[in-house]
Design a protein around this ligand. Structure first.
Ligand code: PMP
Length: 390
């Protein structure tokens, strides 16, 4: 697989996850809505998976809605939680994933005022705006927990409590947090939280929206067969959900919620990331961005230049690295093939001439010490090859 440094884009499913998916697809392939034996088999697997996931994350089974991914979870939350309210103000941070900003855009067309919470140069929301933004007519706030492009971790516990005190709904996109081993929902007083299985060595195609009180706060945004208690119609992919349960249990199970951060994979990845950072700090052609310590512990993001301090294109660096067997990312994974510039870096007031120069390394437990030792010199070679061309 080469040196895969793109965990924030996606992760390879664990062997145990793949085995589970195959087993369920072979033996329990029924539609969980069917009344016959095949349906009963499938619904048993589905509900067992829901039960185990709920236990791992510290929520009740009635709070879990399976979706197709975090993109759908974010849409279901923003559109579904506002559907029964008279339009007011929705506040999102200015460093949200495009799935949140595009759902917010849809709300704008329905008469909602959308305000983007400003961030500082580290991409951290500016807390001096709390009183101004968490005041009427704000009805919903959505702030990403761990930002995928720059790694900055936002103060979501504080925000969730601040919103609760003011009767404002609070949603956080926690997609990048599962692999950190820190998603213990009983510790954060959010109303909605989005997750995605493929960021935690699970399969692509499964997301979760945790909704605290869906009966009160959530209107479904698509009709159909009324699956997921009516909140998300469509036949659930039982085998993939069972695989998701295996992936989450691997890190969060064994009644060790508060010790999930001590999972050997998480410790290893954190250590490798720190080692790589120390080596990369010696490279004069890169400048780290994002918060220096309140950041995802598998994440390094930086701007790249030539030795003469001329900005290089992050996309060119990523392509050159790929030629050297190192697989990284520039900008957020989902936008890197479409959007030439990063709205996140703009929001952080990074000089315009540098906004296309970002590169992200996001690590996972598949990496070895040798991989990490090789990366600095391969990055050097990539930068050198581009410096000659440009
Ligand atoms: N939110 C964040 C913070 C993400 O990093 C991503 C994936 N890049 C998404 C949402 C979208 O997730 P999915 O691919 O599961 O739709």
């Amino acid at each position: 697989m080469g040196i895969y440094l793109d965990a924030c884009a996606t992760t390879p499913a664990r062997h145990s996850v793949l085995q589970k998916i195959l087993e369920v697809e072979k033996n329990s392939w029924g539609n969980p809505s069917s009344l016959h034996t095949h349906g009963i088999n499938a619904v048993e697997i589905l509900e067992k998976s829901r039960f185990k996931i709920a236990k791992c994350l510290g929520v009740d089974i009635s709070e879990i809605i399976f979706t197709s991914g975090a993109t759908e979870s974010n849409h279901l939350c923003l559109l579904g939680a506002t559907a029964s309210l008279t339009p007011g103000r929705v506040v999102i941070s200015s460093v949200e994933h495009p799935s949140v900003t595009s759902a917010a855009k849809q709300l704008e067309h329905k008469g909602w005022e959308i305000v983007q919470w400003p961030v500082d140069i580290y991409g951290m929301i500016k807390l001096e705006f709390v009183d101004e933004l968490l005041s009427p007519p704000t009805k919903l706030v959505s702030v990403v927990w761990g930002q995928s492009e720059i790694g900055t971790i936002q103060p979501v516990k504080f925000l969730a409590e601040s919103c609760k005190r003011r009767n404002i709904l609070f949603h956080t996109d926690a997609t990048q947090m599962l692999l950190q081993g820190v998603v213990n929902c009983s510790e954060v007083s959010f109303d909605f939280l989005s997750l995605s299985a493929h960021k935690v060595l699970g399969p692509k195609g499964v997301g979760i929206l945790i909704a605290r009180d869906p009966k009160r706060h959530l209107i479904p945004i698509q009709g159909g067969g009324q699956q997921e208690n009516g909140y998300r119609s469509g036949t659930p992919p039982v085998s993939l959900i069972a695989g998701t349960e295996v992936a989450i249990s691997e890190i969060y199970d064994k009644n060790k919620i508060s010790f999930a951060q001590n999972h050997p994979d998480i410790i290893k990845v954190k250590q490798l990331t720190e080692e790589l950072k120390v080596e990369l700090e010696k490279n004069k052609c890169i400048e780290f961005i994002g918060h220096p310590d309140k950041r995802l512990n598998n994440h390094l993001s930086f701007l790249v230049s030539t030795k003469t301090a001329r900005p290089l294109s992050g996309r060119d660096v990523v392509k050159a690295l790929s030629n050297h067997g190192v697989f990284a990312s520039s900008g957020s994974a989902c936008s890197s093939t479409h959007m030439p510039t990063s709205s996140t870096l703009f929001a952080m007031s990074i000089d315009e001439k540098w906004v296309n120069s970002s590169v992200r390394f996001s690590l996972g437990p598949w990496l070895t010490e040798q991989d990490i030792n090789d990366v600095p010199k391969l990055l050097d070679q990539a930068i050198f090859s581009l410096s000659r061309v440009n």
